[in-house]
Design a protein around this ligand. Structure first.
Ligand code: PLP
Length: 413
């Protein structure tokens, strides 16, 4: 509290631009913490919410259902494989993860297999701020105060990579060997593996190769472990495909979605699974019930926003490869004073060389944040990692402004 800077007051937003109360405009280069897909105050999503608000704003989602929830579930599952056709609603990314972890854990318990009770998760992962999500995430300064309250998970090495990384094969082989050893040592111990496929977001936009992620997931499945994909950030096109799992050729047992789900308008999330998991809960024994529900479960306004956003996403999906090409073409021009430069779909990331003090608390982050602000850009480095994850409507001219500022500000450090 004693070091926090005064927040800036935002009065309006349109496309990728935000307007402050002092008249300044900013390009939103991080989609307002990765939630905005199609630009601020998008008229089609705003209209869908307004219409829904005049029809049915909310209703209890226990014993009752409604058109927007059904429509959202139908529209989404039509885009997903058979394995992912059961949709559970909650409110945010953290609860989507809680739901997946609880369901996976109870799946084994309901089948008289309570020994499968450990969670596998990657080093440096971030899965949210509630207790289960914190436990699955890497231990960091964010969670330090709560350490004694968190359950223990088994941690796997994460072979992060970047353009021109010559050691990637060695790192991947070591990570896979470590996973195999764990599984062979205790083949019946693990309930689930949870991961952020292709890109670890809050941990610093750390990217892994699709072939590695697929092999790790195949291996876990070979040993009967349920696989949870936390696509809270990677979902809805960030990696260049509608969902990251499509780039892997691996269908998870659980898919967690939030952030971009409503196009950045309303808090809502989904945990999507399939019949095999649902079957384990079909029982007259009440202890087999999944007792989990939130007051605003499947809020109709959120569902209406999500349906409208999905329509827009399908419309712009064909242009996603051009965003990746744009990032790569810009990198080819050079001039970025950074290391570990990496691109995945619409995400561009690079690290400021800071020697041994890398990490979230590195002061280079706030310094760069202030510099970008002077250039009229909202970018928020994760420690010494600078990244761009703009709304899909960002124009060429806006990208040029961002790239130019990045080059200049990195060079000036
Ligand atoms: C942001 C994020 C979460 C948590 O979502 P909230 O809506 O902030 O609770 C979980 N997992 C990943 C991968 C995220 O990026």
């Amino acid at each position: 509290m004693s070091t926090a800077v005064e927040p800036l007051k935002v009065v309006r937003g349109s496309g990728s631009e935000l307007v402050l109360d002092d008249g300044r405009t900013l390009i939103d280069g991080i989609s307002s913490w990765w939630v905005n897909l199609h630009g601020h105050a998008h008229p089609e999503i705003a209209a869908a919410i307004a219409e829904q608000a005049r029809t049915l704003e909310h209703v209890i989602f226990a014993g009752y259902t409604h058109e927007p929830a059904q429509q959202l579930a139908e529209r989404l599952t039509a885009l997903l494989p058979e394995r992912l056709n059961k949709v559970f609603f909650s409110d945010n990314g953290s609860t989507a993860v809680e739901v997946a972890l609880k369901m996976a854990w109870q799946f084994w318990r309901n089948q008289e297999n309570p020994a499968r009770n450990r969670i596998l998760a990657f080093e440096n992962a971030y899965h949210g701020d509630t207790f289960g999500a914190m436990a699955a995430g890497a231990r960091s300064i964010f969670f330090e105060a709560f350490e004694p309250l968190m359950f223990d998970v088994t941690r796997l090495p994460y072979p992060e990579t970047w353009i021109g990384d010559s050691d990637v094969e060695i790192k991947e082989a070591q990570a896979l060997a470590a996973l195999r050893t764990l599984l062979e040592d205790a083949p019946e111990a693990y309930a689930a593996l949870i991961l952020e496929p292709l890109v670890q977001g809050a941990g610093g936009m750390k990217m892994a190769r699709a072939s590695f992620v697929r092999e790790a997931c195949d291996l876990a499945r070979e040993f009967g472990v349920l696989v949870i994909f936390d696509e809270v950030m990677t979902g809805f096109g960030r990696t260049g495909e509608l969902f990251a799992f499509r780039k892997l050729g691996f269908e998870p047992d659980f898919l967690c979605l939030s952030k971009g789900l409503t196009g950045g308008f309303l808090p809502m999330s989904l945990t999507i699974t399939g019949e095999r998991v649902q079957e384990a809960f079909r029982s007259a024994d009440l202890t087999h019930t999944f007792w989990h529900g939130h007051s605003y479960t499947a809020n109709p306004l959120g569902c209406a926003a999500a349906v409208a956003s999905l329509t827009l996403t399908e419309r712009v999906l064909p242009m996603f490869p051009s965003i990746e090409e744009r990032h790569l073409a810009e990198l080819a021009l050079g001039g970025f004073k950074a290391e570990k430069v990496r691109v995945c779909g619409t995400i561009l990331a690079m690290d400021v060389p800071v020697g041994t003090t890398s990490g979230y608390t590195n002061p280079v982050g706030p310094a760069l944040r202030a510099a970008f602000l002077e250039d009229g850009i909202l970018l928020r480095p994760l420690g010494n990692t600078v990244y761009v994850m703009a709304p899909y409507c960002t124009t060429d001219a806006q990208y040029d402004t961002i790239y130019k500022s990045l080059r200049r500000r990195l060079a000036a450090l």
